[in-house]
Design a protein. Structure first.
Lengths: 532, 187
């Protein structure tokens, strides 16, 4: 059933004669249910023309194809003036109807002066199919998607002009028109295209989907339509670093809200003029939001940095913890890149034993995202088989909140270590026993010299919760310690030129140095342990 | 006062000597006869991350046996005290900038002698050692570690060039040997 009624006739007539397409006409007549918009364009055009003819035809007898009545020269001229606004692209016959309105029968209306073609060809099946082909070719795995459509900012200006025109026309009939009475272009576009996309790709549209298909439209021909707004509302268009053009959609909308009707009309034609060409599609891009994989790693090598160690373009050490874990994930998830973070980290020459250190990897723009827990287990096995320098456990998919848990671990949780200590003076068991009794020892650590080049100079107070000694020989003993997060263990042992106080040297009154350090545990109970 | 050996010595014949903290992370550079004063040798410990620790070389008069330090002062002029050095942020803004000849501190000995210690290296002053203020003997007991004078951060671009005017360990040892033979020759 045709959605327009007698009340809409004048407005519909006015809009059609000035070059507005049927769907935009529906929008300005407040047609707010989806079905009419979904009908094929040609059908809508025919129905609209029939609707506009009806009133006149009521007076004529029901004769099929009545011959056109004699036309007054004046009306013919009116008709032709109206036609100047339409470009000469029309195919098929153009007939002049008695009351002077012009319509193209059996032909496409030329480019809509409001939507610039968006609600003409760009919402129909053929275009949607083209977009979907690109989506499928992109190789992403997805079970739903979110559509992000970007229109050129000048559409808002044309919309505003058309709205003013319609408001004026309705005013003649003593009807008012509020902003909410018309349907927004984007809304109508979604009503029509969402089901078409869903059908073509076989998945639902979901606003929360991580998989985004973005289509960007532009209309170079009318880019300058917005420029007059800058003269009237200059503070809406302040240049910012990241913006290519000052005329963003937001800025244009802001200015349109501010500008007075008279000022607008002086600068911009109401109705808007008809363009020569439709919008062009600047880009069709697909992207998948990041997914997160977490786990715990053990490090068994004393010659492996956590991140790649490169100085002046030269790699100092082969590989790194993050590469040994992430490279496999990058491949399997078909991701563009990764961000590795962990709950603290250890030096190149320090092993990580026990349950390992929690880590989380953000996989950026993954093409494959669905994995069963069995597949993740196999992935873990693959990583573990590929290197004996690191081992991974509790590998699992997690959410973005994961990063928060981990960083909490870095700053708040305790760690335990074991250190092999050398002393210059010969020692006996009794010389180290007293260390076992020291609880919650407060130490002040100035930023160690070895990191001072890249960290601020500061003094950090840390707590050594407890220690346990194991005598090895006259010049060696093992020290197990449980400390607050952020404690520099090596510096606690050798004193770092006396800049960590107290330290093992000062406590024992010897010169001591650390030969080996292992992380025995990182006391964070995240990520959840999985039974392997 | 005897200095404690800081290089770990093997406990038994079987064990090899273990490199010390300084051996492991630092390169030793020397400047002899600083400011023309005989034997006032400085040792600059350069970390692999380019940070320099200014210390006294073993041949410096202050480290010779029998010398007693009365006091140490970081007030190098009426307007400048190295203790007032304040450094903030990762880029160490606000630090006092030092040239090679910039004085770091003055050491006053009981025999009336006064020694000025110089930076020897261009860069930002990170800190001076306050521990030797309270207990000057540390300077003599552990000149290469706890008894350091100051920490200097050279400019990134200059980190290699700052050592151009300095002597390597070997060159320094040769200088010392020459001195000893010169003094034995004249005595």
């Amino acid at each position: 059933m045709f959605p327009l009624t007698v009340e809409n006739k004048h407005v519909a007539q006015l809009l059609l004669s000035t070059g507005t397409c049927p769907r935009c006409i529906f929008r300005f007549c407040g047609v707010d249910f989806h079905a009419p918009y979904k009908l094929p364009y040609k059908e809508l055009l025919n129905e609209l023309q029939k609707f506009l003819e009806t009133e006149k035809d009521e007076l004529i007898s029901e004769v099929p194809n009545p011959p056109p009545k004699k036309i007054r020269l004046q009306e013919l001229e009116d008709g032709i003036d109206g036609m100047d606004n339409l470009s000469q692209n029309g195919e098929g016959k153009i007939s002049i109807i008695e009351d002077g309105s012009i319509a193209s029968k059996n032909s496409n209306l030329n480019v809509c002066n409001v939507c610039l073609g968006i609600l003409q060809d760009f919402c129909e099946k053929e275009f949607i199919k083209k977009v979907c082909q690109k989506v499928e070719a992109s190789g992403f795995e997805f079970t739903n998607l979110v559509l992000s459509i970007s229109f050129p900012p000048q559409l808002s200006v044309r919309e505003h002009a058309a709205w003013l025109l319609v408001k004026q026309e309705m005013g003649k009939q003593s009807l008012s028109l509020e902003r909410n009475d018309t349907v927004q272009l984007k809304e109508a576009y979604k009503w029509i295209t969402h089901p078409l996309f869903s059908e073509e790709l076989g998945v639902p549209i979901d606003g929360k989907s991580l998989f985004e298909v973005s289509v960007v439209f532009a209309h170079p021909e009318t880019v300058e339509d917005c420029h007059f707004l800058r003269a009237i509302c200059p503070d809406c268009f302040k240049p910012a670093k990241n913006k290519q053009s000052v005329f963003t959609r937001m800025a244009v909308m802001k200015a349109l809200n501010k500008i007075k009707e008279e000022d607008f009309r002086k600068q911009f034609p109401c109705p808007p003029n008809s363009p020569k060409a439709v919008c062009s599609v600047v880009e069709i891009e697909c992207a998948h939001g990041a997914v997160f994989v977490a786990g715990r790693y053990n490090k068994y090598s004393r010659n492996l940095p956590q991140t790649p160690w490169i100085i002046d373009g030269e790699r100092k050490l082969d590989s790194s913890v993050e590469e040994l874990i992430s490279d496999h994930l990058l491949t399997v998830f078909k991701a563009e890149s990764f961000n590795f973070s962990s709950s603290g980290r250890e030096d190149v020459d320090v092993r990580t034993l026990g349950n390992g250190r929690p880590f989380a990897i953000e996989l950026v723009n993954p093409h494959r995202v669905h994995f069963t827990s069995q597949e993740i287990k196999e992935l873990q096995q693959k990583i573990n088989n590929s290197s004996n320098k690191i081992q991974v456990r509790d590998l699992q998919l997690v959410t973005r909140e994961a990063i928060g848990h981990m960083k909490e671990g870095e700053e708040e949780k305790t760690k335990t270590y074991s250190a092999l200590i050398w002393t210059n003076k010969a020692i006996q068991r009794k010389d180290i026993e007293f260390l076992d009794d020291i609880k919650d020892l407060k130490i002040d650590q100035k930023t160690p010299l070895r990191v001072l080049h890249r960290r601020p100079l500061a003094v950090r107070t840390r707590i050594i919760h407890s220690m346990e000694t194991h005598y090895v020989d006259e010049h060696h003993f093992r020290l197990y310690l449980k400390t607050q997060a952020g404690t520099y263990i090596k510096e606690f042992v050798h004193g770092d030129f006396g800049r960590t106080k107290p330290n093992i040297c000062s406590l024992m009154d010897v010169t001591a140095d650390i030969l080996e350090l292992d992380v025995e545990s990182v006391d964070v109970d995240w990520p959840p342990a999985l039974d392997d | 006062m005897a200095t404690e050996p800081e290089t770990p010595v093997a406990a038994s014949a079987k064990e090899p000597a273990v490199p010390s903290l300084v051996d492991r992370y630092f390169t030793r550079w020397y400047k002899a006869d600083v400011k023309g004063k005989p034997c006032e040798d400085h040792c600059i410990l350069q970390h692999s991350n380019r940070i320099c620790v200014i210390t006294l070389a073993g041949s410096h008069p202050v480290l010779q046996s029998g010398k007693v330090i009365k006091s140490i002062s970081y007030q190098i002029s009426t307007n400048c005290s190295r203790l007032q050095n304040k450094v903030s942020g990762k880029f160490k803004r606000g630090a006092q900038f030092l040239t090679e000849l910039a004085p770091l501190c003055k050491i006053y000995c009981s025999d009336g002698e006064e020694y000025t210690i110089s930076s020897c290296v261009r860069g930002r002053l990170m800190e001076v050692n306050e521990n030797i203020l309270h207990k000057p003997s540390i300077l003599q007991e552990k000149p290469s570690t706890e008894g350091y004078i100051a920490v200097v951060l050279p400019k990134f671009e200059e980190s290699k060039s700052i050592t151009e005017g300095l002597l390597t360990q070997k060159q320094y040892e040769e200088v010392v040997v020459k001195r000893i033979s010169a003094t034995t020759a004249t005595s």
